[in-house]
Design a protein around this ligand. Sequence first.
Ligand code: ADP
Ligand code: MG
Length: 237
Amino acid sequence: MTATRGDAPSAVVELRGAARTFKGNPPVHALRPVELTVAAGEYVAVMGPSGSGKSTMLNLLGLLDTPTSGEYFLEGLATAELSESERADVRAFQIGFVFQAFHLIGYRSAVENVEIGLLYQHLKPKVRRQRAIDELTRVGLGHRLWATPPKLSGGERQRVALARALVCSPALLLCDEPTGNLDSVTTGQILDLLDRLHNDGLTIVVITHDAEVADRAQRVIVIRDGELSEPDPRSRR
Ligand code: ADP
Ligand code: MG
């Protein structure tokens, strides 16, 4: 891949005037031109009401969608210059996704679900299996390796989803309402796990409307009608 680089050398995410408008009459300005830099190792929460543009932004960050104007640099790479197959590679190797609804395969074991996170990497099956086992152990599920999702609790399922997202050692972890389907005790466990991953140096962007989730992040960005603002951290509790 040969592509121009962004301005901030250690930035994982750089949005430069990136915007997303959906065609229609009238068009929907789901994301207004946005300036955002997320440095390596930062933990950022994006909060906003329903319809404010959170998923639109996450889809851009995850290369599931492209800005209608402006630029997105991921680890310095100008993503607009990538071909569709290069984008797929970046998604598979550099980005981990975690969703509210887990998106696990119900009839596959935890290990097999995590192995899916490595399918693009052309590893020997034995190596793939060992990495999946190691990652599940890291998220505290070493004792549930062969269970299928229906046999797991909500929090365990989300830990399998986290292991699947992390097994490719991504540069960026994107979470869309990761605790939206969990009770408060389990939410706390998942948030503790995200804290630990952050302490290990992972760059995390989590979308949430839950203040408990946002409280854990280093930075909170508010999105409203497609516009970002970043309240002064001193005004946070
Ligand atoms: P959130 O995730 O914060 O609830 P979204 O990013 O899903 O919000 O949506 C932001 C706005 O963009 C909403 O007004 C929504 O209706 C609109 N929108 C989202 N996706 C599309 C689409 N594919 N086509 C048209 N409008 C869309
Ligand atoms: Mg959404």
